[in-house]
Design a protein around this ligand. Structure first.
Ligand code: NAD
Length: 419
């Protein structure tokens, strides 16, 4: 992560350019989608618990609104920067397009370490940030959601701040809220659940039973922990997991519910212990001899420094941008089957879409409905991507972008360039 020359937005541009050319588009057809539509940078002052004032750097970037309102999470992490937020916003545009929900793409972030802030500091930071990006967000404009370092409680503060400024309750301004204020039952688990569906789908296409596979998961946050839990429930053996402090491994399988309980008590994996469990680094986790590797932490984890040591047969990208663009052909040559982020982790935004639809219609669906509709959309998108990749003899990433770029470009062309 520390490579100062790494710019994830370059990753996005290369993949989009490649797909647009394969689709036969002329440069003028896709020139506009190479640039974020709108970017807002804010300086967010907070009076800290010790009385000092700290000014945090924050962003909201809207990459595209061609297919509908902008949609995307808010990240609280010390590595947040403008290029990262731009890339994450663009990935949202193509993710919403590949699963065909009527949104564009956005992302936001604050440079901070949320684990070092008190709850009160976090609350005040969130409310001030919301007030500062308020002119560009709203149910018809741009709808934030959780991402790394943020959670339903923080989404609740965003909803309340926006509603107080408007003078009435506006649940549809944000998704991933607590269920009591209009959150969708199942949204918190939706990204991991979608990763589980996708993993089972890709294994089935290759005649592999999920019950026979070994799995390593990098990042035991919201997405990684739910993915690990659901895959273990499906019969997979989870042999390695990690968080920011490092990883744990056990060749006979880890006790995922026990690990999740350990993490929920506020501890990190470095202090987890159980018989037969070894401590490993994040780099060692990525190189474990497993059938399925699920990066579920941050960007730029599988890169030129470790790609040749990856032993997994399948990589399912639960994180956004975990593999750098130059690794794709190397993995392909090694025979690794990679399911790209914009497809694999789309479950979160799909259930966010259900949440928003319910909010703007003042309706409430139950968990069963949300989960079964999620499966329907994830399975359909998977089949579309798999089919086009086979037909055109390209990777699943290229297949996903062929579908997504076409939908975004055609939307842009249908609307025309104003005025
Ligand atoms: P989270 O904050 O809940 O968890 C992040 C995890 O990554 C934690 O276990 C943390 O310890 C670990 N981590 C942080 N820095 C790390 C590092 N340098 N090395 C290794 N591990 C590190 O975040 P999340 O919501 O689970 O998001 C994880 C990934 O999934 C991100 O790429 C995010 O953009 C993507 N994603 C999230 C959602 C969602 O609904 N939350 C949806 C789609 C995609």
């Amino acid at each position: 992560m520390s490579d100062p020359n790494y710019n994830p937005y370059d990753n996005v541009l290369q993949v989009v350019e490649n797909a647009a050319q394969l689709l036969g588009y002329k440069p003028q057809d896709y020139e506009a989608i190479k640039y974020p539509e709108r970017e807002l940078q804010v300086s967010v002052p907070v009076t800290m618990a010790d009385g000092t004032v700290h000014v945090f750097e924050g962003y909201r970037v809207q990459h595209s609104t061609s297919r509908g309102p902008a949609k995307g999470g808010i990240r609280y992490h010390w590595n947040v920067n403008k290029n990262e937020v731009r890339a994450l916003a663009a990935w949202m545009t193509f993710k919403c397009a590949v699963v065909n929900i009527p949104y564009g793409g956005a992302k936001g972030g604050i440079v901070c370490d949320p684990t070092k802030l008190s709850k009160e500091e976090l609350r005040v930071l969130t409310r001030r940030f919301t007030a500062m990006i308020l002119p560009i967000i709203g149910p018809e404009k741009d709808i934030p959601a959780p991402d790394v370092g943020t959670n339903p409680e923080i989404m609740g503060w965003i909803m309340d701040t926006y509603s107080m400024m408007k003078g009435y309750a506006v649940p549809g301004v944000v998704t991933g809220k607590p269920v009591q204020i209009g959150g969708a039952p199942g949204r918190n688990e939706a990204t991991g659940r979608g990763v589980m569906f996708t993993t089972k789908n890709i294994l089935a296409k290759h005649g592999v039973d999920v019950k026979t596979v070994t799995v390593a998961v990098q990042g035991m946050g919201n997405v990684g922990s739910i993915t690990a839990k659901l895959l273990a429930e499906e019969g997979a053996t989870i042999v390695g997991v990690s968080d920011v402090s490092g990883g744990v491994a056990c060749k006979d399988g880890l006790d995922i519910p026990a690990i999740i309980a350990h993490l929920k008590s506020g501890k990190l994996l470095e202090s987890y212990g159980a018989p037969g469990v070894d401590h490993i680094t994040n780099d060692e986790l990525l190189k474990l001899d497993v059938q399925v590797l699920i990066p579920a932490a941050l960007e730029n984890q599988i890169n030129m420094s470790n790609v040749n040591d990856i032993k997994a047969k399948f990589i399912v990208e639960a994180a956004n941008g975990p593999t750098t663009v130059e690794c794709d052909p190397i993995l392909e040559k090694k025979g690794v089957i990679l399911v790209p982020d914009i497809l694999a982790n789309a479950g979160g935004v799909v259930v966010s879409y259900f949440e928003w639809v319910q909010n703007i219609q003042s309706m409430a669906w139950d968990m069963e409905h949300n989960n079964s509709k999620l499966k329907e959309i994830m399975d359909r998108a998977f089949e579309e991507v798999f089919t086009i990749a086979q037909d055109k003899n390209v990777s699943l990433r290229t297949g996903a972008y062929l579908i997504a770029v076409k939908r975004v470009v055609e939307a842009k062309k249908s609307r025309g360039i104003w005025p």
